[in-house]
Design a protein around this ligand. Structure first.
Ligand code: 1PR
Length: 548
């Protein structure tokens, strides 16, 4: 069978190709209009904005070819924006016409009531009972434990139309999770990033043998609760050790060297190989895996950056979202060529990353934003990557540390809080100073200023580390996290300090963050990832089940 992938170069399609291969099928990229004509099955994983997706389709003539393909009755599957373009239009790109297969308009989620983008694993409720043979065609259902990975700011509001195959709920909003009519099936979620549950959905499409039978409507479950899970993220700090091998390491308050060597030398801690550990965490139920490259690889051509290979290999066996951080900025590579941050990010997306995480460069961008009285120039890495790949692909990793002061008046330009954990001289107040270069240099910008600026620039998520807590196993810095959670409406990942399962409950209960990340306890196998999930489930949290 000839299966084709319609890609227009706007994101990570490597994972989808890997997922299809994992299921035993070969898939080829569409390179010409004739390929669409030849295809027996076609998958369109749209990425980026609705308007740019339609523009790219129109510029290549693929829009008309797609319409013809769909009209021919051959099976078509759309993913994410690949589902949205089947609608008439989208609030995201006013005036741009979609393919108009489904009579509806894509709308933005209300960010005054919840974090937007909607990012994470959510349940679905199937809206239609299928006619003969249809169950085999596609079978993702809400009655079971399955969760699927969503990442989007815009969605099709649910209205119980007969083409709405499944719906989901985010906060007070019910939206369409997948559509189906005849030979067309499309999902708002990413099956290729949804673990085994997602692979099952993909397999159903790959195995179907054509147009499905009659559909029968059943009443939808209007009262379906929001089943968005709290995400548990495993983080791997990766660097070259003294022998030049790439290893996963872990610091104590950002110091990654062991001082226990007999000869007094200081070895970089080696906690394992990045690809092996990532695979282990996927199998143990990690909802996402983040790699932070903490070595500045100098003098290397872009295409030789070692983390590209790590991502390529990881995405062959890890089917949850992958984030890569470290060194996402304009750089001069080994050939003396200036490579813009957008190109660096592009290389990572093509190698299997779903999000890039920006550290130091985000601090400089925020400083420039305030210096220019909050003017958006469109030239920062955050703005450019968000424009090309969508805000959900841009994470800002923050490395703050406490600065104690006697009173708020002592730091009038910063957001000072009263703390329950006084400083060394009994100070009752503190602010959180942002740092660059892996915590080695403090800047005159506090964490609230930073996260507000990067949200305005177009970051889609905050990865909130804490230098004072990193590697201490003493629990998350709840005061820091609360301050940041209240300052932005994009999702926040709590990081640094997890030491026991109770710390995850505490951070979710007291700060309402969307995700919690840990490193040391997972690497040292002190607290297995599965036990975090089991504990949270026992506390009645929505968490994604660990799959077989
Ligand atoms: O500035 O864009 O090149 O990004 C560099 C990235 O590398 C930043 O995201 C920064 O956080 C990270 N980084 C740089 N140096 C270090 C270091 O440790 N020496 N790691 C470093 C930051 C913190 C987290 C850690 C959590 C959880 N490490 O990655 O995983 O604190 O740890 P725990 O659960 O063991 O407490 P740029």
């Amino acid at each position: 069978m000839t299966i084709y992938l319609l890609d227009y170069g706007a994101g990570n399609v490597r994972s989808l190709v890997n997922a299809v291969c994992k299921l035993g099928y070969a898939i080829r990229p569409v390179e010409s209009l004739e390929d669409i004509d030849k295809a027996e099955k076609l998958i369109f994983p749209g990425v980026g904005a609705f308007g740019s997706a339609m523009e790219r389709l129109a510029a290549t003539g693929y829009d008309k070819a797609l319409e013809k393909y769909i009209a021919s009755g051959r099976p078509f599957m759309g993913i994410c924006v690949g589902m949205q373009v089947l609608c008439e239009g989208s609030e995201e790109s006013p005036g741009v016409k979609g393919l108009g297969l489904f009579p509806t308009t894509v709308k933005k989620f209300d960010s005054s009531t919840k974090a937007v983008p909607h990012m994470g694993w959510n349940g679905t409720t199937v809206q239609q009972e299928q006619g003969s043979g249809a169950e085999a065609w596609i079978n993702h259902a809400g009655e079971d434990e399955s969760r699927y990975y969503f990442v989007h700011s815009y969605a099709v509001p649910a209205t119980d139309a007969d083409w709405e195959f499944s719906t989901s709920r985010y906060g007070e909003e019910r939206f369409v999770a997948s559509v189906r009519r005849g030979n067309v099936f499309a999902t708002q979620f990413h099956p290729e990033k949804s673990g085994w549950a997602g692979l099952k959905v993909l397999r159903s499409f790959l195995e179907c043998d054509g147009v499905v039978g009659e559909q029968r409507r059943v009443a939808s479950t209007l009262a379906t609760p929001d089943r968005l899970t709290k995400r548990i993220i495993a983080c791997l700090d990766v660097r070259a050790n003294d022998q030049g091998d790439l290893v996963v390491t872990k610091g104590d308050q950002y110091d990654v060297r062991d001082r226990t060597a007999a000869d007094g030398s200081e070895e970089v801690r080696n906690l394992g190989q990045p690809v092996d550990l990532a695979r282990r965490y996927f199998e143990h139920g990690a909802d996402e895996v983040a790699f932070l490259n903490i070595t500045a690889f100098r003098d290397l051509p872009l295409e030789d950056l070692p983390m590209l290979e790590v991502l390529k290999r990881t995405s062959e066996s890890v089917f949850v979202p992958l984030t890569i951080g470290g060194g996402i900025r304009d750089l001069v590579d080994g050939t003396g060529r200036v490579v813009p941050a957008l190109a660096v990010a592009g290389a990572y997306f093509r190698s299997g990353a779903d999000k890039v995480s920006i550290g130091s460069d985000a601090v400089y961008a925020a400083e420039a934003y305030f210096a220019s009285e909050k003017r958006l120039t469109g030239t920062t890495a955050i703005e450019q990557i968000a424009k090309a790949y969508g805000v959900q692909a841009v994470v800002v990793s923050v490395d703050p540390r406490r600065v104690y002061v006697d009173s708020p008046e002592s730091a009038p330009t910063h957001n000072v809080i009263r703390t329950d954990f006084p400083g060394p001289k009994g100070e009752r107040f503190c602010w959180y100073q942002c740092t660059v270069k892996g915590g080695r240099e403090g800047r005159d910008i506090d964490v609230v200023q930073l996260v507000s600026a990067v949200e305005a620039l177009g970051a889609g998520e905050i990865l909130l580390n804490c230098m004072d807590k990193d590697g201490t196993n003493s629990g998350y810095d709840l005061e820091l996290i609360t301050q940041v959670r209240n300052a932005v409406s994009i999702p926040v990942i709590a990081s640094s300090g997890a030491g026991r399962v109770e710390h995850f409950d505490e951070v979710f209960r007291k700060t309402n963050v969307e995700a919690a990340l840990a490193a040391g306890i997972f690497h040292r196998e002190e607290v297995p990832l599965q036990s975090v999930k089991t504990y949270l489930r026992g506390k009645a949290y929505q968490v994604r089940a660990v799959e077989p």
